[in-house]
Design a protein around this ligand. Structure first.
Ligand code: AMP
Length: 420
């Protein structure tokens, strides 16, 4: 072990578990790519003001959890705590919304940073794959995103997840509800910090987990009763589309997911095998974000799925992904001359698109064959001086155990053929 360890709240991805992470990222990305979403990549840090405005000055993410830094040049930057604000900034900066093809559909994948209290499933560095659809307000788009996330989880074999669904209203009805809620909350017996929250972000108070607060919230006004007709119709349409697609969901009118500019559809994917940090992904519509960061009025909707927690969910369900071995051919040279010749064959195979590896370090046959086994390769190539003198290598099928000589000049073609 070295003197250093991964910083608190972080962990390293190492083989073989890292292969599962790659597969999860790929499984989430694949349905998006197949549905017209283009890949976007933004910097790992942004101007701190982007998040202050785009995530919201009153949120825990911005007030407590952001990693901020001042550069030598005096710029205030923050490591990105989430993806939406950066993606929207980048889309606006590149004028993607003016290219005449709305909605702008984007997907992303990367690292995010929050200074949170670490616990199982909650880290200070974590990984998300996300999607945003910008510029069009259409319940089909909300449904599409939820269906694609559901498809991603199902393709991984996950079953014990649930989809919680709610509508947060829009610019018309949301403020009316907000005021009614504030009036109700101001009369309750609450501590100072919660009282402040009432004025800044009252919906968050509904998230309070403390029993004495929960008890007082029983008769709180319900958002559902304040939704305008347009929002009701929109939400009914999203629900109907999900039902038609065979995607089960639970109406959860307590689901508010924090941010103040979230509008209309809000949803969360929760997994029942994860304990306290049960949210594996979530998403929302938002009407205000673009304007908040200085852009035009543009609606958007999107989600972010946590890769770390999705891997934990797989483990909780005992699912082992069927990951094909990365190495198809393993070459074992016996002697100096064989090293040169077999390394040549390996290079040729690799150039032909066959995944091949090599027993480095001049080990004996026994040790090298162990490595060949461990590599999961379907075929092993072994060559010693006598083989080379005869112009052949020994080709072993690791599944059937069959072994025989193949002419050196033909071995690459033979393997390419056998591996299809
Ligand atoms: P949020 O932006 O908070 O809605 O997060 C979206 C998803 O990212 C969550 O559902 C989690 O799967 C994941 N996530 C958020 N914060 C963390 C964290 N601190 N550690 C691990 N995963 C996280």
């Amino acid at each position: 072990m070295s003197t250093f360890q991964a910083p608190k709240g972080t962990y390293d991805l190492t083989p073989p578990r890292s292969a599962t992470f790659l597969a999860v990222r790929e499984a989430i990305a694949a349905p998006l790519r197949d549905s017209g979403y283009g890949y976007i990549e933004t910097p790992g840090f942004e101007n701190v003001e982007l998040f202050a405005r785009g995530v919201g000055e009153s949120t825990d993410i911005v007030t407590k959890e952001m990693y901020t830094l001042t550069t030598k040049g005096g710029s205030q930057l923050a490591l990105r705590p989430e993806g939406t604000a950066s993606v929207l900034r980048a889309a606006l900066e590149a004028n993607l919304h003016k290219a005449g093809n709305l909605p702008v559909k984007l997907w992303y994948s990367g690292s995010y940073y929050r200074y949170e209290r670490p616990q199982a499933g909650r880290y200070r560095h974590f990984s998300q794959v996300g999607a945003e659809a910008i510029g069009t307000e259409d319940p089909v788009l909300d449904a599409e995103l939820i269906i694609l996330a559901d498809q991603a989880y199902r393709s991984l074999g996950l079953r014990r997840f649930r989809i919680l669904l709610n509508s947060l209203g829009d610019k018309e009805c949301r403020p009316v509800y907000r005021e009614a809620l504030q009036t109700f909350l101001r009369d309750l017996d609450l501590d100072e910090e919660t009282r402040r929250r009432i004025e800044i972000n009252p919906l968050r108070v509904l998230d309070d987990k403390r029993a004495d607060v929960r008890k007082q919230l029983t008769d709180a006004p319900k958002l559902r009763d304040y939704l305008c007709d347009a929002c009701k119709a929109y939400h009914e349409e999203v629900r109907a589309l999900l039902t038609t697609a065979g995607v089960a969901f639970e109406d959860d009118e307590k689901l508010v997911r924090g941010l103040d500019y979230y509008t209309r559809t809000t949803f969360e994917f929760v997994h029942d095998g994860l304990g306290a940090q049960s949210a594996v992904g979530g998403g929302d519509g938002d009407d205000g974000l673009s304007e908040m960061i200085g852009g035009p009025e543009l609606p958007s909707v999107g989600w972010a799925l946590g890769v770390d927690r999705t891997v934990l969910a797989l483990e909780a369900e005992g699912i082992e992904l069927d990951l094909p071995s990365t190495t198809s051919v393993y070459a074992v040279p016996l002697g100096e001359e064989a090293r040169r010749v077999l390394f040549g064959v390996v290079t040729e195979l690799r150039r032909a698109g066959v995944a091949a590896d090599f027993a480095f370090g001049g080990r004996g046959l026994k040790g090298a064959m162990k490595s060949a086994n461990r590599s999961g390769a379907r075929y092993t190539l072994v060559a010693g001086e006598r083989d080379l003198a005869e112009g052949v290598v020994q080709l072993k099928d690791m599944e059937s155990g069959e072994q025989g000589p193949v002419a050196l000049a033909e071995v690459a073609a033979e393997l390419t053929k056998r591996l299809g």
